[in-house]
Design a protein around this ligand. Structure first.
Ligand code: 13P
Ligand code: SF4
Length: 336
């Protein structure tokens, strides 16, 4: 695996250099102006990071923002594959990631060398790859998709070619069911979305009989079967605002609820609990990778100019092709 992150130098500031009296929010504001930086945050970041960001969005929204920004520096409050996408689509920008270890189980499940063999053993297939993967896996793919454009893009693929879908088998199965396209799946799954149980969901539905259920398509089929709406984080947010239901059971990472409450303050949002003893040892289904980013680390990465995404030119060039095809085949962007 190619390491795409440049760590801060030995002499860089660390958490122990931050004095308790420092107003971190004011400092982050000063640094973002001084360095001409834009802060992008995914909906799974903690609420403080979301509120500090210039833009909050799902993977597709944030890819588009990264591709179109004129800022010199992009600070990506999200996970590594998202920051890599920002660098690939905006190579002239400096791209910072507050915590270098912010990975993703889907990315980890799909090693480039194994993915290469998977492709080689299916030479007739089109490789449709979920954006939650490494830059190297993107470089080996024909087209990238996110949870918000996958169905739209798969419907545009030539009918006479079989499809490989990697790395999330649950999203793949869901899209295959929606489009009627047979697919061969990579056996990956997300640690957050595979921990929801039918019994916890049924319990919540019994407690809130009027509630509707929204679910991310990374959830397995047995959870999606209960959903009134399935979609990307952005789509779950939009649906929750529009629905006439006053109570919404949310089967995804619970930080999304921060934006739901802001957009529809009169409604009740109920997170489906995670499996006890897994993510962060608690009942909340937090993404352990997203949770690595903090306000302190955001401040430090702006000061230090690292952790920073860097990758070889050939890799950026090869990974850009399926990403640009994704942007070309995507539905028009909705206003935020
Ligand atoms: P979205 O593209 O729906 O924001 O999903 C990203 C993700 O990592 C879900 O686990
Ligand atoms: Fe990866 Fe799952 Fe975390 Fe999304 S929620 S970043 S898919 S581990």
């Amino acid at each position: 695996m190619i390491d795409t992150i440049v760590l801060p130098p030995i002499e860089a500031l660390t958490a122990k250099d931050i004095v308790a009296s420092l107003d971190l929010v004011a400092e982050i504001d000063r640094l973002r102006r001084e360095k001409n930086a834009v802060i992008l945050a995914h909906y799974y970041q903690n609420s403080t990071l979301q509120d500090l960001a210039d833009y909050v969005g799902d993977s597709l929204d944030l890819s588009r923002k990264a591709a179109s920004t004129t800022a010199e520096v992009i600070v990506f409050c999200g996970v590594r594959f998202m920051a890599e996408v920002a660098k690939i689509l905006s190579p002239q920008r400096t791209v910072l990631l507050p915590d270098a270890a912010a990975g993703c189980t889907l990315e980890e499940s799909c090693r480039p060398e194994e993915f290469r063999s998977f492709r080689e053993s299916h030479p007739e297939h089109i490789a449709v790859t979920y954006i939650n993967c490494s830059a190297e896996v993107k470089a080996l793919s024909d087209v990238i998709v996110t949870s918000s454009n996958a169905e739209w893009i798969v419907r545009q693929l030539p009918q006479d070619r079989p499809v490989l879908f990697a790395p999330d088998q649950h999203l793949g199965r869901y899209i295959s069911g929606k489009t009627g396209r047979a697919m061969t799946f990579w056996p990956g799954s997300c640690v957050v979305h595979t921990q929801f149980s039918v019994s916890a969901l049924e319990h919540l539905k019994a407690q809130h009989p009027q509630a509707v259920v929204v679910a991310h398509p990374e959830c397995p089929e047995h959870i999606l079967a209960y959903a009134d709406h399935i979609g990307s984080t952005r789509s779950l947010l939009d649906f929750s605002v529009k629905t006439t239901a006053a109570e919404i059971i949310v089967a995804t990472e619970p930080n999304l609820i921060h934006q739901m409450v802001k957009a529809a303050p009169g409604k009740k949002f109920i997170p489906v609990p995670g499996a006890s003893g897994t993510c962060n040892g608690g009942l909340s289904a937090l993404c352990p990778y997203m949770a690595l980013n903090t306000v302190e680390k955001l401040y430090l990465c702006l000061i230090n100019g690292a952790p920073r995404v860097e990758m070889p030119g050939w890799l950026m060039q090869e990974a850009r092709k399926p990403l640009e095809l994704m942007l070309e085949l995507s539905p028009p962007a909705k206003k935020q």
